[in-house]
Design a protein around this ligand. Structure first.
Ligand code: NAP
Length: 297
């Protein structure tokens, strides 16, 4: 990488940021797309987000990504916000504009582009979303905006699932989304039917993440028998317990590494006003996979 007087900087605001894979994504993209941009982790201490965003603008940063715990808090620091990010209520990408930063959410289109790459279609599907946190909301908005047949949100806290379902039904302008607890999976259409592979499930809880690799949010085979596809948004480990259970019961399973890659690619495209070709995306995906394998050794 050739850093010189014209190099633009961007980076990841969060706390912690020390285990991020985003520098691999962006610095490889800069190199392969010939963009004079460097990407660094930007650890921001609790209570210092406002200073950090103002400082990033004053220091002429091209843009930033934003991660846990600042994706919602950052909104009040922006000069404008794109519609999808507003609907999701979370911003993970800041783009430099006149007077400050404009906020985007690239998690949602990142998940959509990852699913398309994996050959998964949403139109007409019955979707189960496991979880009702930040990323579950992005998945739910994606589903509502892509003509799915129905969405059922399963969550530990039924209140949170209901509140998300209510917001999504307002967005859909119809009764498309329902809320249930995990235990209530036995009330789903198709339960107990051995040939009834009815659902595409998106796993959006943090259960099963490294180091708790032997956990899955649901363990019963009767649940997995209802899935034709399981999409786990966790990427570490590369193959989660949830994914193993999906495959053992005859479904197709994917992890969240491609979503992570594409949310980064879309941010890079916004900052540099260019398109990234699939060939480069595949190359970076392989690099990220190797990095993950190295971490788990
Ligand atoms: P979040 O807002 O904190 O939500 C966490 C979710 O997990 C909630 O639904 C929560 O249920 C559930 N949960 C946590 N502990 C639980 C437990 N012991 N039993 C049952 N449910 C539990 O987190 P998030 O930002 O949505 O992230 C969720 C996961 O997605 C993380 O593993 C993260 O790594 C992954 N993610 C991946 C990407 C990607 O690019 N691939 C991007 C963002 C996030 P309650 O509501 O009942 O508390």
């Amino acid at each position: 990488m050739n850093i010189n007087g014209k190099t633009r900087t961007s980076g990841l605001i969060g706390n912690p940021v020390e285990h991020t894979m985003s520098p691999v994504i962006h610095n490889t993209l800069s190199e392969r797309k010939n963009c004079n941009m460097a990407y660094v982790p930007l650890h921001v201490e609790t209570g210092r987000l406002s200073e950090a965003v103002k400082g990033a603008y004053a220091l002429n940063l091209l843009g930033c990504n934003v991660t846990v715990p600042y994706k919602t808090e950052v909104i009040k620091e922006l000069v404008s916000i794109e519609e999808t990010a507003q609907t999701i209520g979370a911003v993970n990408t800041l783009v430099r504009v006149d007077g400050g930063f404009r906020g985007y959410n690239t998690d949602m289109p990142g998940l959509y582009r990852a699913m398309q790459q994996d050959g998964i279609k949403l139109e007409g599907e019955s979707i189960l979303i496991l979880g009702a946190g930040g990323v579950a909301r992005a998945a739910a908005v994606m589903a509502v905006l892509h003509q799915v047949k129905e969405v059922i949100i399963l969550n530990r806290s039924l209140e949170k699932a209901r509140s998300l379902a209510e917001d999504m039904n307002k967005l859909a302008k119809k009764d498309l989304v329902k809320a249930k607890t995990y235990e209530e999976y036995v009330t789903l259409d198709g339960y107990g039917e051995t040939d009834g592979k009815k659902y595409l499930a998106i796993q959006a809880t943090s259960i099963g993440m490294y180091p708790s690799v032997d956990e899955a949010i649901l363990e019963e085979k009767e649940f997995y028998q209802m899935l034709h596809t399981g999409y786990d948004l966790i990427f570490n480990p590369y193959t989660t317990k949830f994914m193993k259970l999906v495959r053992e019961n005859g479904g197709k399973a994917y992890n969240g590494l491609k979503m992570l890659l594409y949310q980064g690619i879309i941010a890079f495209e916004l900052w540099n006003r260019i398109l990234v070709e699939d060939e480069i995306a595949i190359e970076i995906y392989d690099k990220m996979k190797k990095e993950l394998e190295g971490e788990s050794e």
